[in-house]
Design a protein around this ligand. Structure first.
Ligand SMILES: Cc1cc2nc3c(=O)[nH]c(=O)nc-3n(C[C@H](O)[C@H](O)[C@H](O)COP(=O)(O)OP(=O)(O)OC[C@H]3O[C@@H](n4cnc5c(N)ncnc54)[C@H](O)[C@@H]3O)c2cc1C
Length: 431
């Protein structure tokens, strides 16, 4: 149960409550009859692909079932950190050294791309590169961090800073962690401001932003596609499915490739400046080292944002998840027990079985998804890559070249998630 001081808790994303969709964002009054490319989904993937394509001279319609940016792209933690969901050592073992370097570099380029877009498109979204620190949840995790620190330097030339347990107070006002690995490359932003800035930029290049246009069926014509939405149909030469964690059975062959995982967030009331400084002296992004990790940070207006996956399901009651998240937050920061929560919400990540992002093609349709908790930067990057591929500006891309992984036991409903949750909790316990 949440304390009575939380009875004003809003169950909507803080980001869009704080910065709603701008009233002057140019939304198309109707779905256009024709387009070179129809993009399904208006998150970072869809909007970045659309932006790049329109810049290259293509006519583009972005088709969104709800309102622009309704999905994970306005619900996330706003943390852009190097790497992708699959651990780098596993990538190295599975795909070999060259690919490991290629994927690692892509993850760094993805963060630089946010930087570039924010500056080129003049997007005011509180983007700051103050780095992140991964916090060792157990003493054994700090030993692994020492190895990672060395390996990243020797193999990838990437500098990180090991923070011994005794020095952690320079990074965080908490006593519960066993050291950390800090990386100055990372950044943070206000996700809704970024998303609506991308949408505005896309519209400036002529992209039709269509809301309330849920795609219901895609009809294959001899050389084109007829994309039927709840608000009319668009005849398009190419179609990009950019629905990630909200992918349904619209294209039945895509569903087995990606499954949704729920992530949940709480945000406190604003904290006094001296308390902000004490909890996060360097304004870092934070995450912990378990499989069932927590991610947290201060928001630009000085609230503590605390997130986690709970049991991976997408339908946990928001008060139940907020109660669990608050207990974890208060364990790390006991002084926050007295601070009321202002918002709690959830959203769906998209995960693939190999934990890799994928750009691909099915029945002539293009798709891009599978970023796990790295979609802020990786979806930005992958969206732009797909845009360049469709515009003919590039012919290959790191995440286009990898084989995909499907499992016989998943076709429609991710019934296996509770079992996976038990397995990963057990792994965390014995690690
Ligand atoms: C709570 C939470 C915290 C996260 N924290 C971070 C973080 O700190 N850092 C990070 O890097 N990543 C984070 N992520 C992941 C990141 O937000 C996503 O990977 C990224 O936003 C995916 O972008 P996208 O454009 O591919 O998909 P989305 O933004 O999810 O957009 C997909 C869109 O497709 C639409 N759609 C679906 N089906 C149809 C249809 N048939 N017709 C029309 N429209 C359709 C949906 O309505 C939705 O708006 C987090 C995610 C969540 C949920």
């Amino acid at each position: 149960m949440l304390p009575a001081s939380n009875n004003l808790l809003k169950t909507i994303p803080f980001w869009t409550d704080h910065f709603p969709r701008p009233a002057d964002l140019p939304i198309a009054t109707a779905v256009p009859e024709t387009a070179d490319v129809a993009v399904i989904g208006s998150g970072y993937t869809g909007l970045n692909a659309a932006r790049v394509l329109a810049q290259a001279g293509a006519t583009v319609a972005v088709l969104e079932r709800h309102t622009i940016g309704w999905g994970a792209s306005t619900r996330n933690g706003g943390m852009a950190t190097p790497g992708i969901k699959r651990p780098l050592r596993q990538i190295f073992q599975t795909y070999g050294r060259d690919y490991a370097h290629k994927f690692w570099q892509a993850s760094l380029d993805a963060i630089d791309l946010i930087d570039q877009i924010v500056h080129e498109e003049n997007i005011a979204c509180d983007w700051q590169r103050r780095g992140h620190i991964a916090l060792a949840y157990k003493a054994s995790h700090f030993i692994s961090q020492q190895q990672s620190h060395q390996w990243l330097k020797e193999e990838f030339g990437h500098e990180t800073t090991l923070v011994a347990p005794g020095d952690l107070h320079t990074e965080i006002g908490s006593d519960v962690y066993f050291g950390g690995l800090a990386d100055a490359y990372s950044g943070g932003l206000q996700p809704a401001r970024y998303l609506f800035g991308l949408a505005r930029a896309a519209a400036r290049y002529g992209v039709h932003l269509c809301e309330g246009a849920g795609v219901q069926r895609i009809e294959q014509l001899p050389t084109r596609f007829l994309v039927h939405t709840s608000a009319g149909s668009v005849n398009a030469k190419d179609v990009l499915v950019a629905t990630n964690g909200y992918t349904d059975r619209l294209v039945p062959s895509l569903k087995p490739k990606i499954f949704p995982v729920g992530s949940y967030i709480i945000v406190t009331a604003p904290l006094p400046p001296d308390q902000q400084k004490m909890l996060s002296p360097k304004g870092r992004m934070f995450y912990t080292t378990q499989n069932f990790l927590n991610y947290f940070r201060l928001t630009p207006d000085g609230r503590m944002l605390w997130g986690g996956r709970n049991n991976l399901s997408t339908n946990l009651d928001l008060h139940t998840s907020a109660t669990r998240l608050r207990a974890g937050m208060v364990r790390a920061f006991p002084e926050l027990a007295a601070v009321p929560l202002s918002h709690t919400w959830t959203g769906q990540l998209g995960l693939t079985f190999d934990l890799m992002p994928h750009i691909g093609r099915a029945h002539g349709l293009h798709y891009a998804f599978g970023y796990g908790g790295h979609g802020l930067s990786i979806a930005t990057y992958v969206g732009a890559e797909v845009g360049k591929l469709l515009a003919g500006h590039i012919s290959s891309s790191p995440f286009l070249e990898i084989p995909e992984d499907v499992r016989f036991f998943y076709r429609n409903r991710p019934w296996f998630l509770p079992f996976a949750a038990h397995y990963y909790r057990f792994k965390d316990w014995v690690s």
